[in-house]
Design a protein around this ligand. Structure first.
Ligand SMILES: NC(=O)c1ccc[n+]([C@@H]2O[C@H](COP(=O)([O-])OP(=O)(O)OC[C@H]3O[C@@H](n4cnc5c(N)ncnc54)[C@H](OP(=O)(O)O)[C@@H]3O)[C@@H](O)[C@H]2O)c1
Length: 242
């Protein structure tokens, strides 16, 4: 199959392109750096022309309120181009529990992206993943100072980007789900516990202070970012750290 991977130079997109091509498909990466802009629409018609499947793995440059406009405009442009080009399957990557955290702009933006796709004219699949293991360093840095890292005890089920890409590639090569598939890492931690494991592994002597008000994940209520019934990926966090 011919598969246009928009955002195909990113963390997940580049691995999805590799996986799809290794499986015998013709996957082509497109992004700003290849001259395709999902916000202005530049190069989109050409990027999706002749594609059986479009996989959208672009990301907003910010996680704030501006992310709503990014996902609205990019999906409007991509869906119009894909519809015009006769694309038969449109895949996006969203976040487990994204509709359960309306306090966070970025999570509302991803829920909006899902709705635009589901309400649109093209058969679709939504893959929802839990937090990427690769994202942990950024999470720790947001609330860190010289001596401490403050983190809430939010339940988190981290997944390796390698496993996310494999799941997205599998869905992209299959029939449209016209629904959602949840994928998650094999273990559930609290975020403060995950912070302690990460710092200890790196030989970082700072102390993790459990603080229910610290950082972005403080807004998350209960265990909505985890799903023990999701498709579970193989890679464990400590193995990934090693
Ligand atoms: N982080 C998490 O834990 C998590 C969990 C679940 C789902 N997700 C979702 O996973 C998806 C992929 O994330 P990622 O980490 O792989 O992203 P990433 O590494 O930041 O890559 C983003 C990609 O989007 C492209 N891009 C950005 N703006 C663009 C524009 N205006 N026009 C065209 N291309 C543009 C970039 O192209 P250039 O390199 O050319 O700029 C790059 O290829 C996101 O939608 C995110 O919401 C993330």
């Amino acid at each position: 199959m011919k598969i246009a991977v928009i955002g195909g130079t990113g963390l997940i997109g580049s691995q999805v392109v590799t996986d799809l091509n290794a499986a015998g498909h013709e996957a082509v990466p497109h992004s700003k750096s290849t001259g395709v802009d999902v916000v202005s629409g530049q190069g989109l018609d050409e990027a999706v022309a002749g594609a059986d499947v479009v996989v959208n793995l672009t990301n907003s440059p910010t996680f704030d309120e501006a992310s709503l406009a990014f996902f609205q405009t990019s999906m409007d442009n991509l869906l119009a181009a894909a519809h015009k080009g006769g694309v038969g399957h449109f895949v996006i990557l969203s976040i487990v529990g994204t509709d359960q955290v309306p306090e966070l702009d970025y999570y509302r933006a991803k829920a909006l992206q899902e709705k635009l796709l589901a309400d649109g004219p093209i058969p679709y699949s939504i893959v929802r993943a839990t937090q990427f293991m690769e994202f942990m360093d950024a999470v720790l840095s947001w609330t860190a100072d010289a001596d401490t890292v403050r983190l809430p005890a939010t339940p988190i089920q981290p997944i390796a980007s390698r496993d996310v890409a494999a799941a997205v590639a599998e869905v992209a090569a299959g029939a449209p789900l016209n629904g959602i598939r949840n994928i998650a890492g094999p273990e559930i931690f609290t975020l403060d516990e995950l912070g302690r494991i990460t710092l200890s592994h790196k030989g970082d002597n700072r102390t993790v202070v459990t603080d229910p008000t610290a950082g972005m994940f403080a807004a998350v209520k209960g265990d909505v970012l985890t799903d023990k019934d999701a498709h579970l990926a193989p890679t464990r966090y400590t193995d990934w750290l090693s």
